[in-house]
Design a protein. Sequence first.
Length: 745
Amino acid sequence: MSFQLTSAAKNTQLLSNVLSLYMSSDNLIHKNLSFVLDIIVNHRLFTETREPSEELASVYRKWTVRLNSLLQSKIVTARWCGIVLIRVTCENSHALLIDNAKAWSAQLLGFVGKSEPLIIHQEAIQTLSFLFSYTADKPELQREVATPNLQRYNQLLLQLGRKHDLLATVLSALTCNVRSFPSTARHISEPVLQLCLSCLDGSRDLDDKTIKEANKCLVSLYHAGGKANMADAWRDSLSRLIGSVHDCLNRLFDTIDEETQETELPKSYPFLPVSSDYVDAFPVLLKRIQLVQECISTFLTTSTTIAVGVPVVHLVDLICRIYNVFEGSLMRDYKDKSEFFTLMMCLPALHLSTSKMFTSLLYCSGQEMMRYSKLFSRILLRLLSDHKNKKTLKVSTYKLISLCLEKCGYAFAESIYKQLIASILQDLLVIEHKASSITITSGQQKKSHKKRKTELTNSDSLSTKLISARSTEVQVAALDTLASLLDVFGFAMENGQRSAVDGTVLTRLIQVIQPSNMSDEEIILVKAGLYQCLIASISHPIETQASILPHASRLFAAGVNDQSHQLQSLCRKGLNVCDLITHARLPPIQRVLPKASPSVVITAQEIEEEEEQEQEEEEEEEEEQEILKETIKERVVEQPKEVIKSVPITPVTLPTMAAPIALPRVEKEIVFEAVVEETKPAETKPVETTTHAVTESVESVVIESVASSTIETAKPIAVNEDEDMDLDMPMIDMTGPDSDEDDEE
């Protein structure tokens, strides 16, 4: 017999099975924990139902009792499973949290205060942080759960912060408490600050998670200053971090002949002093600068609840001070050269960390940095030349330039594009290595004393060309920067530089033999960057752009069949852009993707175009006929003047012949007389011949098809009888001007 359970009945049955089958033994519960958690989350066993059920309430009570018993277990894994299940229960059931928050928070706080294993402390702290933060916007629950326990909880966290393994968990919990309960955390702000600064000191190695949590905790301390002073507290903390970096640089750049600082440096945090010996001090100072700069980046990229003022001038001064020290910097007089060269060893790492802070400043300030466009362009161009053989630093510089192009726009691009294009083209250059011929001398040749060389032809290095290119990371970064430059400044480039850029991109895409030092995945990444640059190029054309468009269209059409899905999508995008540019009207015709069963689609627009084309052809034919009608005229030639008499000559319409007819040479008498009446266009009357006879030698007459024309009455011609009768009568051209060539023959 089949039956269907209601929602409440289903949850009751499933939760009962979980309790009886998988949670009955303290020794085995840790093995079934992941399975139990999946059932709770997937079936939403603690979702509140509309219909109340006594059976479900009874099962919930059994569940609570079982969790409390797990907390009291002597087995560590059972206690840990109990804490995990309490947190999952609170996350999925509001009713169970309200009913048991007070009791569970007290028990968990006891675990934090006692000496327990690491997993117990970590899970208890995370569960308490969730419980206390849940009560932040619920005053009644906050008075019962959070307010009585927060002060003790914060003190216990500061004590546990001395343990290295618990430091990240403690800092995360302190951050949550400071944000949710700023008034309660005000009295612990100074100890929390010292705990965070100890993580940024640089004297010990900490994992990345701990460093990130320390930065977040330090940023959150501005909440504890009160609503009226929150903005000032945030700015003061950031200024002190900037001053701390300057203090480290004062010791680190002691051997450098720096420019004098005109502005007063901000105050710094009280970090521990370093050793007077540069050998021991430089690693600590470099590590401290990197950590503090990362904290500055966290300040600049973390959202705030109020409007704050960023000390942009101090940050730009700090960035310029670090970048102004490079391998070509001058050393002060009477300083230790060994210390100077030790500083040179630290510069790449220092410049790299400064680039990260510079990136955060650009993201934070955006277009406000446009006034520093020329300054940034000079700095970044020098970094490109200084780090041309350092892969990581060059990639970082390219990314900075790309971000500056995005944020500062045309003003930055105008001052950097010439040198930048030269550097990019150099990095995209493919180098062909000539294979050297290898020769051997056989023993027989030695005996015969003949200096004959035998070349090896079966070597792979000799049968194929060796092509190499720059590092893939450098090429991808250069292509991304080139695409950004084309987007911002492509329309304003000079023709020569634009042609060089387009030619390089097309050459790399057409290239058949790929560099031997690149894998297939790296080739796909570089091709993707090249296609992006090609799309950016045709999207921002100049007056000479028409030459690249057909090549781009063919490359995109060929790239649609590439094996890589990434390249296929880029080529489809490029084809759509080409359609937008080359199509005569908008909107463009949508490109039909290939299907299994091809179908022919004729749109109304295509039909209209065909009709217009046919109409244009008909009009052209009519115009040609009219031109022929105007150009074809009857030529009337003067006859030999035997009788002075006015004879009106009427044009004669000859029938159209399919082919020319050549008549033999004959001698005949031509008899003609004037015809008084005009002939009608539709009829052709025979001409009656009379009067004078003239002997004429007719060589040949060629009759060709002539287009029909209107018949007009010719003017009378005066004939003089005194002229010589022996003159040959000129031939009458019946076909118009086109028959001159035939007469000459």
